[in-house]
Ligand binder design. Structure first.
Ligand SMILES: [Zn+2]
Length: 610
């Protein structure tokens, strides 16, 4: 269904409906697993339980169904799975039946209304149902959405007699005011000005004396930890709504504030795997402990969405770089390899906390949303032609802006192998640009078109564009040199190193230490350089082969004090595994490996015994 309101700010990159991009490499397998082993398996009765019998089993139980509708709709568009469509139709219809006469569609009893997570659940119901209508074309939920939106507009506001939305939920009002995002979308869908007026009220409420001061703080202090109470998931949810508002209305201060937030997070508050926040809050510069309720998956997903919004609006490759990084490390690290479960806090060391039901936390329904969004931005179009943001085997069938149909197929085992072979098939010979992204970690790359080398020139948007007349069957060969890198820890990781390989952050996993009873505490890294560690990739052993290209990485290590056998200081060889697959069998893992620094008198073991 087309929007009634055209955004003031046109998108620089055109994100794709998920049916146009089918991936079947490593990323594609994770997307498929998300649908087949998670989204289609969830029990509708569990999703609807808190609505059919109020209140639900948790005060935030109402959020799951809207999040599922959003993720499952995108997944269904990608695969066309009739079983999932059937479930979608049923859940949307049954959810609407739970709406009360005044438009209320939350899980709270009357006397508890508009506290804690009540507006929040309405937010997710609007997101879920608007997504469902947009992609299925079934507009039956429209009146229910209108009544929900009207109830919010009539209840909250700064006119006399209305409630203060800041007081209607958690985290200095950032939870309830994150309803901004679907209300902007609903305004665009319906064209009704009262919904835009309500969005403007939310922006005023942010800046009122008891508000979180989101935009003003980001413009002046340029720090996310100073916004509201620093709660990351709710703040990023608000910022995603703010960017939707910017797209619609064009207020440049909002984009400036969001870009300040992005700079601040990337420079000061991002873990090596792309996780952000611990104890669910943004903290002081470089205050990034490895274990302290680190990396809530809801934050991982809203950070992904924030980068996706910025990529769409600006067309700059730096946001695609962050997307790849957070997806192949933290997001995949939070998803159980077979897609059936999700972790809440997925920390830099410890055990992966996978669970498969919907009880206990919010991340169980957030993780699948992040995965389901990947096909929308993996390959896009822009004013110049086609843009490749993620490298995975698969096929993209894209309309250029002038309507020319282009099919792009990719054949690769990336990130196991740096060779990416693409075939460009325009419906007719056509001059346009094919933009590829050379990742920042890549020190050496080459590009060939039909076997002939092409000089790589990086444009202002950060992409290397090959502009020529493309015709059926043109071959593009991109080679990204995959190399190990060692990051020497600072701040809370002094005396430790992390090892990366191409886009992948690696981790030690107790299951791969070379001896059955060896613990992580018994092993330290042999040095702080690639040379001393001697990183050697090899095919993953059968038990760790989560996809055909899965690899482990042999590195030099040294036995520590409590190693027992062999003696402390003795050389060992251990195998590291991508963080995405680390701890998959329930064993402990760690990203930051302690260094074993020899002093003149023998071994001084930094970091002490574990
Ligand atoms: Zn969560």
């Amino acid at each position: 269904m087309p929007d009634k309101v055209t955004p003031v700010v046109p998108d620089r990159q055109d994100f794709q409906t998920p049916d146009r991009v089918r991936l079947n490499g490593w990323v594609g397998m994770r997307i498929e697993a998300n649908e087949a082993n998670r989204l289609v398996k969830l029990d509708p009765a569990r999703l609807l339980e808190g609505y059919r019998k109020r209140p639900g089993r948790q005060s935030w139980d109402g959020e799951h169904v809207g999040k599922w509708l959003h993720a499952a709709t995108l997944a269904w568009v990608n695969t066309g799975d009739p079983a999932l469509r059937h479930k979608l139709d049923y859940v949307a219809a049954e959810l609407i039946k739970c709406q009360l006469d005044d438009g209320y569609l939350g899980t709270y009893v009357a006397k508890e209304r508009w506290t804690e997570w009540d507006v929040w659940a309405h937010k997710y119901n609007l997101i879920g149902l608007v997504t469902y209508m947009r992609y299925t074309g079934n507009m039956e939920p429209l009146p229910a959405c209108r009544r929900m939106a009207d109830l919010l507009c009539n209840t909250f506001g700064d006119e006399p007699g209305k409630r203060d939305i800041i007081k209607a939920g958690q985290h200095v009002g950032m939870a309830p005011t994150s309803v901004l995002e679907p209300l902007v979308l609903f305004y665009r869908l319906t064209g009704e000005p009262r919904y835009l007026d309500f969005c403007k009220y939310i922006l005023r409420a942010w800046e009122q004396p008891n508000g979180p001061k989101i935009i003003s703080t980001l413009l002046k202090a340029r720090r996310v930890d100073k916004v509201g109470n620093g709660k990351a998931y709710e703040m990023l949810s608000c910022l995603n709504g703010a960017l939707e508002y910017y797209r619609t209305v064009g207020d440049p201060q909002i984009l400036a504030a969001c870009l300040n937030a992005w700079e601040d997070i990337v420079r000061h508050r991002l873990y090596i795997t792309g996780a952000a926040s611990y104890a669910e809050l943004f903290h002081d510069d470089f205050d990034l402990p490895n274990v302290a309720s680190v990396g809530e998956t809801c934050v991982t997903v809203t950070w992904l969405q924030f980068n996706a919004q910025l990529l769409r609006l600006t067309g700059e490759a730096r946001f695609a770089e962050q997307l790849e990084h957070v997806i192949v490390n933290q997001l995949f690290g939070a998803q159980r390899c077979d897609g059936s479960g999700w972790g809440y806090y997925v920390q830099m060391e410890g055990k992966k906390p996978y669970s498969s039901d919907l009880d206990g936390h919010c991340c169980l329904s957030s993780g699948p949303r992040g995965i389901a969004l990947i096909p929308t931005f993996a390959v896009t179009t822009d004013a110049d032609g086609v843009v490749v943001n993620l490298y995975d085997s698969g096929t993209a069938k894209l309309p250029l802006r002038d309507g020319t149909a282009v099919t792009l197929t990719a054949d690769t085992r990336y990130p196991s192998d740096g060779q990416i072979r693409m075939t460009v098939n325009p419906a007719e010979p056509k001059t346009f640009a094919l933009k590829v992204r050379i990742p920042a970690w890549c020190g050496s790359s080459s590009l060939r078109v039909n076997g002939k080398p092409v000089t790589e020139v990086t444009g202002a948007d950060g992409y290397v564009a090959v502009t020529r007349e493309w015709k059926q069957g043109d071959q593009v060969e991109l080679r990204l040199q995959l190399e190990p890198r060692v990051v020497v820890g600072d701040h809370k990781n002094q005396g430790k190193v992390a090892v990366l390989y191409g886009p992948l952050v690696l981790a030690a996993d107790e299951a791969l230490l070379g001896a059955t009873n060896r613990t992580l505490g018994a092993v330290s890294a042999a040095g702080a350089s690639v040379g001393m560690l001697g990183v050697k990739p090899e095919p993953a052993p059968a038990a760790f082969k989560t996809w055909p290209g899965a690899r482990v990485f042999r590195v030099n290590a040294i036995a520590r004090t409590r190693a027992g056998d062999p003696k402390p200081g003795a050389p060992l060889e251990v195998r590291l595994i991508p963080f995405a697959d680390a701890g998959a069998s329930g064993t402990p893992y760690e990203v930051w490996l302690p260094l074993n620094l020899a002093s003149s008198s023998g071994n001084i073991l930094l970091n002490g015994p574990h």
